[in-house]
Design a protein around this ligand. Structure first.
Ligand code: VGL
Ligand code: ZN
Length: 224
């Protein structure tokens, strides 16, 4: 993948948090917005979460949690279909419209049954405002309102965050980029994510942006 430099000898401690992004039924095979091979990463995410807990670190799960009238859904735009390009003025929605997904209190919004949610210290719901999307676990796309993520991480004195889950080029990417802007040392767990790659070339583009941003990359061999 991309020729990335991976960290090594990383030792997890109580200033570290694993952020598991959107491991929900709708993003997994069989869901309404399935990410290819999304199920391949479940086991390793659980093992990594266990490692964090054993080493005194924290585990946070994010959960895409949309009302049915969410404007990121093509179904709420007459004449549009999922995948159509659409960007609202303030960047709140877009660059494409999605199929209905992760609708509050539906099966699709639930975490995959094999994800060990018991290992989580905190669950952060996002994308609740019907007019604004929230790819980042930290804040809405228009950057006008934050979730509880930053406040939580700061309350337990987290310095480094490690990002994994779905989808690589949307919610994982935006969470990682905001992580840098909010002052954390950010690691992207490359083999614990999978991408949508819409529009085509998006995965490549986000890796370039993450490199420029100073985000570090890691895989399972990176941990001590
Ligand atoms: C996501 C598209 C729409 C994600 C969420 O979790 O990456 N992508 N909503
Ligand atoms: Zn969504």
């Amino acid at each position: 993948m991309e020729n990335l430099n991976y960290g090594n000898n990383i030792e997890i401690d109580e200033k570290d948090a694993l952020i598991i992004v959107d491991m929900q039924n709708d993003f997994l095979p069989g869901g309404s917005l399935p990410v290819e091979e999304g199920d391949f990463i479940i086991k390793e995410i659980n093992m990594t979460a266990k490692k964090f807990k054993k080493s005194g670190g924290f585990v946070v799960l994010t959960q895409d949690w949309h009302p049915k009238n969410h404007l990121s859904f093509a179904s709420n735009h007459p004449g549009k279909i999922p995948g159509n390009e659409f960007t609202s003025e303030d960047g709140a929605i877009g660059p494409v419209l999605w199929p209905d997904h992760c609708v509050q209190n539906t099966k699709g919004a639930e975490f995959h049954k094999d994800i060990k949610i018991d290992l989580g210290d905190k669950i952060i719901k996002k994308g609740i405002n019907p007019n604004v999307d929230s790819y980042s676990g930290f804040q809405d796309n228009d950057k006008k309102s934050e979730t509880d993520l930053r406040e939580y991480l700061n309350s337990v004195k987290i310095k480094r965050i490690f990002i994994c889950g779905l989808a690589l080029d949307y919610c994982c990417y935006f969470t990682a980029m905001d992580g840098v802007d909010f002052g954390y040392d950010v690691y992207f767990l490359v083999n614990l994510t999978r991408g949508i790659d819409v529009p085509e070339g998006n995965v490549k583009r986000v890796f370039e942006n993450m490199k420029k941003k100073g985000i570090k990359f890691a895989n399972k061999a990176s941990f001590k």
